[in-house]
Design a protein around this ligand. Structure first.
Ligand SMILES: NC(=O)c1ccc[n+]([C@@H]2O[C@H](COP(=O)([O-])OP(=O)(O)OC[C@H]3O[C@@H](n4cnc5c(N)ncnc54)[C@H](OP(=O)(O)O)[C@@H]3O)[C@@H](O)[C@H]2O)c1
Length: 230
């Protein structure tokens, strides 16, 4: 399959790319930082495409479609992984962040996904798959602050999208990572079990693309055994 990963240069997106490449899929990775995309591409097969793109910009969907057309990348799978994280000082609060912080996080975590999926849907066909990356902060009150608000909204969007997409035979899956070790939040030592590995998510997300065209993983939540310790 030709699979597009929005936010594929680092963290969970990159780990998913590594797993999908092992399974023989052709990939297009996006992210804002070109150097990071090029670094990721070095670990992937030579037919991997990269496109620097900020999904919060309104013309991002047009640029993406044009690039895919120029490269002959007929998308069959879409992984919406990019997200904006909250400011560290106020990350657990819905009282302290001002309304503009809420708007920015909704723009990145909800509106950007809405915009890109809406533009790409006409390119998808029966049997194709959309995977949306949520968060365990979007399924429970988890001191998630405005980030949690955005992920709850994203979850509602994914449920509604799945209901509409079933008429076209397109599956919509929602994956909720718990606390995961990435560049921004690293394990304290090799023995630290408070954070998931990015490969835990990569393996689970890539597995969705092994399922038959009639199957949908509706919702999947993966957490460290000890729970999230944000
Ligand atoms: N890590 C966790 O503990 C955790 C927990 C729950 C849920 N999640 C969710 O899992 C997903 C991945 O998280 P992660 O921790 O792997 O994140 P990450 O390491 O920060 O990677 C995010 C990826 O998205 C790209 N990106 C970010 N903003 C973008 C934008 N405006 N336009 C285009 N690309 C953008 C990044 O590249 P550039 O920065 O170069 O743009 C990068 O490739 C997110 O949806 C996040 O909410 C993560």
């Amino acid at each position: 399959m030709n699979i597009l990963i929005i936010g594929g240069s680092r963290g969970i997106g990159k780990a998913t790319a590594l797993e999908l490449a092992k399974a023989g899929h052709r990939l297009l990775l996006t992210g804002r930082n070109k150097d990071k995309l090029e670094e990721a591409a070095k670990e992937l097969p030579p037919d991997t495409l990269i496109l620097p793109l900020d999904v919060t910009s309104e013309e991002s969907a047009d640029r993406l479609l044009l690039f895919m057309e120029q490269q002959g990348f007929d998308v069959d799978g879409l992984i919406m992984n990019a997200a904006r994280f909250p400011k560290a000082e106020t990350k657990t609060s819905v009282i302290k962040p001002n309304a503009s912080e809420l708007s920015e996080i909704l723009e990145a975590n909800v509106v950007a996904n809405y915009r890109i999926i809406q533009r790409l849907l006409p390119k998808l066909k029966a049997g194709d798959k959309i995977v949306i990356i949520g968060s365990t902060s979007g399924i429970r009150q988890d001191k998630g602050g405005v980030y949690g608000v955005s992920k709850w909204a994203l979850r509602s969007y994914a449920y509604n999208l799945r209901a509409e997409c079933k008429d076209y035979g397109i599956s919509v899956s929602l994956v909720h990572p718990g606390a995961t070790s990435t560049e921004t939040r690293q394990k304290k030592s090799a023995e630290d079990v408070s954070l998931l590995e990015t490969s835990d998510l990569g393996i689970m997300i890539a597995t969705i693309f092994r399922l038959s065209k009639q199957a949908v993983v509706e919702e999947l939540s993966i957490r460290p055994i000890v729970g999230d310790t944000y």
